[in-house]
Design a binder for this molecule. Sequence first.
Ligand code: ADP
Length: 234
Amino acid sequence: MPNRQKLTYHTIFLGAPGSGKGTAASRLGAYLRIPHISTGDMLRESVASSTDLGTRVKAVMEQGLLVNDEIMRELVKDRLQRADCRKGFILDGFPRTIAQGKALDEILAESHKRLDFVFVMEIEENALVRRLSNRRICPQCGRVYNLIGLKPRQEGLCDDHPVALIQREDDREETIRKRMTVYRENTLPLIEYYRNRYLIVTVNSDATIDKTVEVVVNTVLERDSTLRKKEEEV
Ligand code: ADP
């Protein structure tokens, strides 16, 4: 029996706001039992608890602009060093600029790691605006609903808590358009950056959430089985 190589799951999701990357990332994290790290959620938590970081980033986030690369690098570096990331992680919302992509490669290289999966969620812009303006969130647990596709059982209430759902500050139409522009200008170039370094998997996220998640999970399972087969051939 050949020595089994440890399979790792260092994963990132790229995609416009509303492309469904958060939902797919969270489902994949639960499936693989590795942390789903949403930088947007981390920043929103800092704002809600008025930490130093929260006070510094609040206004930038409300305008749909990007938080400074250096702040983001430190935040992510600290998080990836935690023990629960040993087998892998699902990063959602980072990197968002070429500088952040380079920073992530450096952080990983310091511990002789590299990315295993780069997923790019693709969807049309009109569908995005429709999705985002209908997005609602439970202020208590962060669970995400959508008034079109992913309704709560009881109108306006979280399925898990008797709490009224809210709309995110930056999910208003004008701010959504701003976030799209920021995405096109800063994050789209990252796809080219990765195309030259890693195998990119493009996922059509106009499909249902279950279908989208199935494509993502199957990609991971296929990689695992290919690696295992190769080992057995040795
Ligand atoms: P979405 O992807 O739906 O726009 P997120 O929840 O990922 O939303 O992020 C919300 C906001 O948090 C962003 O608009 C930005 O202000 C800030 N943010 C999150 N991640 C980053 C990042 N990697 N770099 C800079 N700013 C970020």
